[in-house]
Design a protein around this ligand. Sequence first.
Ligand SMILES: O=P(O)(O)OC[C@H]1O[C@H](O[C@H]2O[C@H](CO)[C@@H](O)[C@H](O)[C@H]2O)[C@H](O)[C@@H](O)[C@@H]1O
Length: 265
Amino acid sequence: MTAEAAIDPRLEDAVLRIARTDRLLVAMDFDGTMSPLVSRAQDARPLPAAAAAFAALAGLEGTTAALVSGRALASLRAVAAPPEQALLVGSHGAEVWLGPDSPGLELDNEQELALQRAVASVQKAVDAHPGTVLERKPAGVVLHYRQAAAQAAAAAVAEVRQAAEGQPGLFLSEGKMVLEISVVRADKGQSLAMLREVTRATAVIFAGDDVTDEHGFSALHHGDVGIKVGPGDSSARFRLESPRQLPAVLELLAAARARWKPAPA
Ligand SMILES: O=P(O)(O)OC[C@H]1O[C@H](O[C@H]2O[C@H](CO)[C@@H](O)[C@H](O)[C@H]2O)[C@H](O)[C@@H](O)[C@@H]1O
């Protein structure tokens, strides 16, 4: 058991109930959920206890573990080191790994050109405003302003917004100290619906911390479990104060699920 093991009794009940479903999908956001938020995206790592419980779940019968992230798949793999059985959703759903046969992301010419223009607009803002950082993704570009002074951050965000808003084929989204432009429309709600279908899940548990995770919470069904991590408005039924409380929940789920036996066919 982890140090921060106290779980809200209502959440505990929900976890113990979902552990008895036929086919369970455990879908976890990464940054701010499996991993505490850090200044530089490349330095994020899952809490060891969260990673261990997630890996244990991935190895259990009737259970699929998935990371559903805004990160590019390559970046997600590099920082999360997911277990090999895990399914991966990257770039908010624009990239999907369901196994070796998964098709890679392909952009058409218009999307490539739109992406080049988006990257140029973010690069211009980053060059002008110290502390801001550009992150490339296969289908998008991110302006990070966590390390910028408030004025520089506001100016960079305004400039990138102005360059992108109203441009056909560009989709803007906000996250924690980030503004992202993508040339593929995707969200975590669609991603959870897709994972539910391909895994034929009879129940889903999903945890996330950011506004982009709200699409995921909205896609949950009666009997699923949605957990908002950290402060902020949310439609999730349950809440944890920080990523440090997640390991206890995953450990409880893994232990209960390991004891569960599928009904004989
Ligand atoms: O959906 P997620 O797995 O939570 O990914 C969302 C974004 O995560 C990363 O940015 C966030 O985490 C960084 C590291 O802790 C932090 O510095 C940044 O301020 C956060 O917004 C990632 O860099 C983005 O590409 C993801 O979209």
